[in-house]
Design a protein around this ligand. Structure first.
Ligand code: SAH
Length: 216
């Protein structure tokens, strides 16, 4: 499938909707204009790809609602050139938003099927991004590439994984939906020093759970 002027028009409408919902980060809105969401979805969802809804992407997982992606990315305060660790690559739509903002993205996925799908999506000529994608357990992060300026978790985490805090730079920001059973509280963490971090919360969201270990 291709990216066409019709799809671009639908993106503009989605961006207007995101603005009305309170998203005002210009870098985030611009990235939404550049990422063809329909190419991350099963072709049967093409017509609804730019509505503000989540979709199944296989292996029992979902691509988050556009508003959720925009909200999390805004909270993360990403700037061009930053090193970002993402947990839960899924379709790589969020990966693409971060990449278009200019971040160097390192993304981990525990489902091998989705890891492969994400790789394929990133190579599509209309998406054309080159993040570093890893098949592994996000609870462990990527110690060999640490420290990161930002950490973004896109699955519902029952607690803040120690490894992820450790791999965050001092002064860095982590955004993580915290909680179990389909309901999480969006949480922003600023790492003040090796022992202290500041936590603030931003309302309820619903994510698929962050699970242990990898799955074939
Ligand atoms: N950011 C994705 C959303 C994917 S949903 C997108 O834009 O499409 C969350 C993803 O987190 C799922 O793909 C799930 O398999 C993955 N996940 C769950 N637990 C994980 C873990 N411990 N490590 C890495 N990925 C995990």
């Amino acid at each position: 499938m291709q990216d066409t002027p019709r799809h671009k028009g639908m993106r503009k409408q989605l961006i207007d909707e995101l603005k009305q919902m309170g998203i005002d980060n210009q870098a985030v809105l611009k990235a939404f204009d550049q990422v063809p969401r329909h190419l991350f979805l099963d072709p049967v969802f093409e017509k609804q790809a730019y509505s503000n809804v989540a979709f199944q992407i296989g292996a029992g997982q979902t691509i988050s609602q556009p508003y959720t992606v925009a909200f999390q990315t805004s909270l993360l305060e990403v700037e061009r050139g930053m090193k970002v660790l993402e947990i839960g690559t899924g379709s790589a739509f969020q990966t693409a938003i971060l990449s278009k903002i200019g971040a160097k993205v390192y993304s981990v996925e525990r489902q091998s099927k989705l890891h492969l799908l994400a790789k394929e999506n990133c190579r599509h000529p209309a998406i054309n991004i080159n993040p570093k994608l890893f098949f592994g357990d996000g609870y462990k992060g990527l110690p060999q590439y640490a420290p990161f300026d930002r950490v973004l978790v896109t699955c519902g985490a029952p607690f803040i994984p120690d490894a992820l805090i450790e791999q965050l730079k001092i002064g860095g920001i982590m955004v993580i939906p915290l909680g179990e059973d389909g309901m999480q509280i969006m949480t922003k963490i600023v790492k003040i020093d090796h022992e202290t971090y500041e936590k603030s919360t931003y309302g309820d969201f619903s994510f698929v759970p962050m699970l242990n270990n990898t799955a074939k």
